[in-house]
Write a protein that binds this ligand. Structure first.
Ligand code: ASP
Length: 454
């Protein structure tokens, strides 16, 4: 049995919906179909989820979002028309949205989640109606009734352990099951969404709970590429990679699959197959527990911007018990989460996402580190990009770091910091944002194009 998930662009129009229908029917093992809300039809288009968020925000300002509601309805109507669906389908969606707009708004985050989740919920009903119109036994599944329980964190839900056992019984239901992605219900029966792009998470939870043979995630690219195709033209496709490699790559900007979506599938050892709705014959990329390391040390290179580092130096830091704890304690007081802490004998850098900081917080942090830790120097460096060079093969290959740093030197990229995770699946380089593209190109050239001699 397969759990299949289709992303927003795979469901953005009637033509796309027809492709989805054909894909599902072409394999009788495809029993559970998880759907996103209609996404972008073209680059400048707006996702239904974004339209819904704008609706919710307007409601919260005590205005009925008439035009925005019309825009949402128009998106569904266009699909319904192209698919020759009966009028009641759109009427039900309209009634559902108006009812949601009238519900309790005392907790804005909760209200936004309720509106946001309707994108997937109504789309699942529409898709089920379409399958039935085409003569196929298909039913919409209500996540509440099916037992998808999540933590009570609006916009950032986590699945609760009991969900898995409850959802298992879906296996017994006849026909094809159309399950809305992106949200579940709290123990208080409130709608709570996962973080953005979270329909991937729903698919993974269902694959785990139903003990599927595979979780197929259909999107709009042929495969996971070894590097961002906007930085390197026509990069190599990855055929097989491990959960760990995918986790490292999605951390630093590979957005093909939500990084939280790996865990449920990984725990149950269920392979994840990335496929293209627009080219289903392409083999895609398979994410598995282990693979043969036949491709050399590196499988992919990812990069992401928007980081900063807090550099702290103090003579004899290495001998001072509790220095690291106190430093991180100061950051905790400001509710800051950190990403990495590369260190030397007398210095340490803490890397953070810089959108958590502002001038006031920075000044206070510097002040506290200077006075409470008696540091010799504290400075904050902005506009850093992190580049992750990822591959399980690194563990068995000598000289990967040398090759990477030589490639960066050849491209005249100054390395601001280096960190190699203890699992030896990745190396991280911090560079200035302006150097990011050049650095990634140089690393790609080194590991994927040139036959190089150390
Ligand atoms: N529609 C939601 C979003 O745009 C969830 C998803 O597509 O996975 O974030």
């Amino acid at each position: 049995m397969k759990v299949v998930k289709f992303g927003g662009s795979s469901l953005a129009s009637g033509i796309q919906l027809e492709k989805v229908f054909q894909i599902v029917l072409s394999d009788p093992k495809r029993k559970v179909v998880v759907v996103s809300a209609p996404g972008k039809r073209f680059a400048e288009d707006t996702k239904v989820t974004d339209l819904l968020i704008a609706c919710a925000e307007q409601c919260l300002q005590n205005q009925f979002p008439k035009e925005k509601l019309e825009a949402v309805i128009e998106r569904y109507s266009m699909i319904a028309e192209e698919c020759h669906l009966p009028d009641w389908v759109i009427k039900e969606i309209n009634d559902d949205l108006v009812k949601r707009f009238e519900s309790d708004q005392s907790n804005p985050d909760r209200f936004i989640d309720l509106i946001k989740a309707s994108g997937e919920d109504n789309n699942a009903k529409l898709v089920a109606a379409y399958f039935r119109e085409r003569g196929v036994e298909a039913t919409y599944v209500d996540p509440k009734e099916a037992g998808l329980r999540v933590s009570n964190e609006p916009g950032n839900a986590q699945p609760l352990p009991e969900s898995y056992e409850r959802l298992f019984s879906l296996r017994e239901r006849p026909g094809i099951l159309i399950f809305p992605g992106f949200f579940g219900y709290s123990e208080q029966d409130e709608v709570v969404t996962f973080s953005r792009s979270g329909s991937d998470i729903t698919g993974s939870i269902l694959a785990n709970a139903l003990k599927a043979d595979i979780y197929e995630n259909f999107t709009d690219v042929d495969a996971v590429y070894s590097v961002n195709p906007f930085i390197v033209k026509s990069p190599k496709e990855i055929k097989v990679l491990t959960y760990r490699e995918m986790r490292e790559l999605s951390y630093a900007g590979f957005t093909v699959l939500h990084d939280e979506a790996l865990l449920p599938a990984f725990r149950a050892g269920i392979p994840v197959q990335i496929k293209n709705t627009n080219n289903p014959a392409a083999p895609g990329t398979k994410i598995v527990n282990g693979r043969d390391n036949t491709n050399g040390p590196v499988i992919g290179i990812a990069s992401d911007q928007g980081f900063c580092s807090i550099y702290v130096s103090k003579y004899l830091m290495n001998r001072e018990v509790g220095f690291g704890r106190k430093l991180l304690g100061i950051l905790e007081d400001f509710s800051l989460s950190y990403e990495h802490t590369p260190s030397g004998i007398d210095d340490v850098s803490v890397i953070l996402r810089e959108n958590q900081l502002n001038e006031r917080i920075e000044a206070e942090i510097i002040q506290r580190i200077m006075t409470e830790l008696h540091a010799d120097e504290v400075k904050i460096e902005h506009s850093l990009a992190l580049i992750m060079v990822v591959g399980e093969g690194m563990r068995h290959n000598v000289g990967t770091m040398a090759r990477a740093s030589k490639a960066l030197a050849r491209a005249s990229v100054n390395i601001e910091m280096i960190n190699q995770g203890s699992s030896e699946v990745s190396m991280m380089f911090g560079v200035k944002e302006v150097d990011e593209k050049r650095a990634v190109q140089a690393l790609y050239e080194e590991f994927f194009v040139a036959v190089s001699v150390i």
